[in-house]
Design a binder for this molecule. Structure first.
Ligand SMILES: Cc1cc2nc3c(=O)[nH]c(=O)nc-3n(C[C@H](O)[C@H](O)[C@H](O)COP(=O)(O)OP(=O)(O)OC[C@H]3O[C@@H](n4cnc5c(N)ncnc54)[C@H](O)[C@@H]3O)c2cc1C
Length: 436
């Protein structure tokens, strides 16, 4: 049987049936058929989630035939796009016409349906996650009915909108999304070396003084890489082929080689982390559109990421530093630190609070659980909520207490998918306190 696997390769399944619908009517028909036959269905995007969200035990749905722009409305500053479109394709199409998404994460390989489904985010204290850019959604619910909801709705439709925005394929299959867009400005990306001490000292200044600010802290070194992105009038930089290739080779080829060395001899990890901190790229580049936000990620890893209240960034990192020094985990990947504006989407990790997002990575093939589990305890002590697409150990009973609107989301989900068609064992453990 044909196998599906996620990007990291840690989730694999052999669905009994693969569906690639051509349009909304096909999606509705397949969901009704699943109800009739009592089958379970999972919708997947590009498979870039680290958790078994996409593990289809029976039927798998992908949307490679439901891609492309439906409408770009310049006066409303919105774009309507089919849910299977990748962020990369969307970014390219928008840029051709002088528009851009207001923010992006590290990569643009995800589909818009998948990215929105887990609350994928970039950085910038004035910007919510990508799901907050959504102004309207068309979806086929688990019961086969069509829902068309938008941010201006009231009553039941508004509830459906708030529940659907971050719902990881548990309420319905989104077919079309309308997103807010902005004119594509010229932006300057600055990357420089700093120390953890100085970065933490200047957190507020960096956070409020830049449109987008993030930093990477290299474990066992006092070093950080600080990255900022801001609008500029400066001309677009010419990126020579050689410069582009060498940046790619260092970030992927060289880092892959060092990662393999750590996998074979884990005791090298701390030294390699310190070495990486010394060779942080120092650069200043002007560009337009998504190019500045995203980086090619060919070195595979596992990741855990939590959101905590924004003010907790500093104390969490200081506790992590102490624990790293005590336990000496074999890890050489940096810890990525970003800010996201609070929102009102019911199951968004940034619900009701401006958030700091702290992400830990481990090279593929190296043991990640002891490191992630210990660090997770620190994040939980600061009211952490896990990213839905990344590793975490939480299940429904614990997650329910993190989300004020948990019960409302469950009510909407049960009405939209009363037979639990859009379910797998992992998702059941996430949302149902009685599932095992
Ligand atoms: C290298 C790498 C870098 C990453 N960088 C970031 C980052 O910077 N910021 C960040 O927040 N995350 C990041 N992620 C995580 C990633 O953005 C999320 O896991 C995202 O959900 C993946 O999108 P996808 O298209 O691959 O969807 P999948 O992983 O295939 O699916 C994600 C969820 O969305 C649901 N879904 C997919 N399509 C639909 C649809 N049409 N309707 C309803 N539900 C749907 C699925 O059922 C599933 O529950 C990264 C992941 C990787 C591997």
């Amino acid at each position: 049987m044909k196998q599906w696997r996620n990007w990291a390769g840690n989730v694999r399944c052999e669905p009994e049936r693969w569906w690639e619908p051509e349009g909304e009517a096909d999606v509705a028909e397949l969901l009704r058929e699943a109800q009739r036959q009592g089958r379970k269905v999972r919708i997947v995007g590009s498979g870039h989630s680290f958790t078994p969200l996409g593990e289809a035990e029976e039927w798998l749905v992908r949307l490679p035939r439901m891609t492309g722009l439906v409408q770009l409305d310049e006066s409303a500053r919105t774009v309507t796009v089919r849910a299977g479109t990748t962020l990369r394709e969307l970014g390219g199409r928008l840029l051709e016409r002088g528009w851009a998404m207001e923010n992006l994460g590290d990569i643009d390989r995800q589909t818009i349906g998948g990215a929105v489904g887990t609350g994928t985010h970039g950085t910038g204290s004035g910007f919510g996650s990508l799901s907050t850019q959504v102004t309207a959604i068309r979806a086929v619910l688990g019961n086969g009915r069509i829902a068309e909801v938008s941010e201006g709705d009231t009553g039941e439709k508004q509830e459906m909108f708030k529940a659907l925005q971050v719902s990881f394929g548990t309420i319905g299959i989104m077919t079309e999304l309308t997103l807010r867009i902005v004119p594509a400005e010229r932006m300057r990306l600055a990357s420089f070396r700093s120390t953890l001490e100085e970065t933490l000292e200047r957190l507020e200044e960096y956070r409020s003084g830049n449109r987008h600010f993030e930093f990477f802290w290299f474990p066992y070194s006092g070093g950080t890489q600080v990255k900022t992105i801001n609008p500029t009038d400066a001309p677009v930089s010419k990126r020579g082929r050689w410069k582009e290739w060498s940046a790619y080779a260092v970030e992927n080829g060289l880092f892959w080689g060092m990662s393999e060395a750590c996998r074979i001899a884990p005791r090298l990890s701390a030294g390699i982390s310190r070495l990486s901190a010394r060779f942080v790229p120092v650069s200043d580049e002007v560009g337009r559109g998504p190019r500045l936000f995203v980086t090619p990620r060919h070195v595979k890893f596992m990741e855990m990421e939590y959101s905590v209240p924004a003010a907790a960034m500093r104390p969490v990192l200081l506790e992590m530093k102490r624990l790293l020094e005590r336990r000496r985990y074999s890890v050489h990947f940096p810890i990525e630190c970003r800010y996201v504006k609070g929102d009102d989407m019911w199951l968004s990790p940034a619900y009701g609070r401006d958030s700091a997002y702290i992400a830990l990575h481990m090279y593929k093939g190296m043991p990640y659980e002891p490191y992630f589990r210990d660090m997770e305890q620190i994040l939980l002590a600061y009211d952490g909520r896990p990213h839905w697409g990344k590793w975490h150990s939480r299940t429904a009973a614990q997650l329910a207490g993190m989300y004020p609107k948990w019960k409302d989301a469950a009510r909407i989900r049960e009405a939209a998918d009363p037979r639990g068609v859009l379910m797998n064992r992992y998702v059941a453990r996430l949302i149902s306190p009685t599932a095992r």
